[in-house]
Design a binder for this molecule. Sequence first.
Ligand code: PLP
Length: 377
Amino acid sequence: MEIYLDNAATTRVCPEAAQAALAAMTEEYGNPGSTHARGRAARKIVDRARAQVASALGCADKELFFTSCGTESNNWALFSGAELGRRKGRHILSSAAEHDAVRRPLEKLASQGWEVTFLAPGASGAVSPEAVREALRPDTVLVSLMYVNNETGAVTDIPAVAEVLRQARSAALLHTDAVQAFLKIPFRAGTLGADLISLSGHKIHAPKGVGALYVRSGVRLAPYLLGGGQENGLRSGTEAVPQIAAFGAAAEAGAAGLAENTGRMGALRTLCAETILERIPGARVLGGGAPHILSLSLPGYRSEVLMNYLDGREIRVSRSSACKRGKRSHVLESMGVPDRVIDGALRVSLSRFTTREEIERFCLALEDAAAELRTAL
Ligand code: PLP
């Protein structure tokens, strides 16, 4: 039976979300902008989903705006966030370990005259609040740091970064890409200290094609998509009611057992790491912190060969942390991980549905892979 351990890439849609999407597609298929009964019913679905996601995130409903994905949320936050500060300064602070959905927009802003500092995360995989304090400038108008790294699971201390900005009396907006943090580590938007928070549905058992951006009340972010004025004028485009309904249902289901689920995932992650380190000589764990992501390396092996071996045994893990488009992972490189270790890296990522038996079978299979492929080294 298949063992799916690539939940940082995407997750299986949970029954609650699938049911909500099906009902929104086949029963309440109206346009929320229509004022007749069917439109009003669709509007109710969107309102309910907003309340569900807002409740799971710990913010007011009016602070949450649905988008098409985490990438869109990041692009909106960065382009509109930078624009908002334009008259105060042109400096942006971020890290070298960000997802491409942050790196690429920042590179574009840099090409348009913004000065962007990409802080190196160091061995832990996360940028320290001290590094932010040192790099912060009077003309810094935007700080964008991911909450949980998608390759290593490293957790940035966002509340401490917010405190650094407060102490420095900085006018900079704080954006965090929380796509891998939402419903994986406990936090409340209201107390996190970030002004802008990006979320994605498909990482929390909702379908692909829906995300959200939290915009702290009082932050006057300009819209990124212009059109019919949906989402209170801030994100035009007819609401994707089925995906939004599913996002709401998935958020509610994920929030219900959060402490227990993260505890169980964390215990399985520890079991997996300890088993591999004990049974496979030379194996290494790279960074970490969040309960659902484990970055491993078998130095001397090639991650794509290991991944293909496991794939043949119906075990799905990722090698994305190793080679992307022929290049080594920018995340692991920014942590100073040696090439040989990067080249043997695998990412194992869990969900609340992952079982102990699955982790044990993965460990056995990786042990077999290490033994069988050793001769090919
Ligand atoms: N940010 C992080 C940290 C991610 O892991 C991902 C997805 O891989 C994204 C952003 C992009 O999200 P989406 O696939 O919804 O566009």
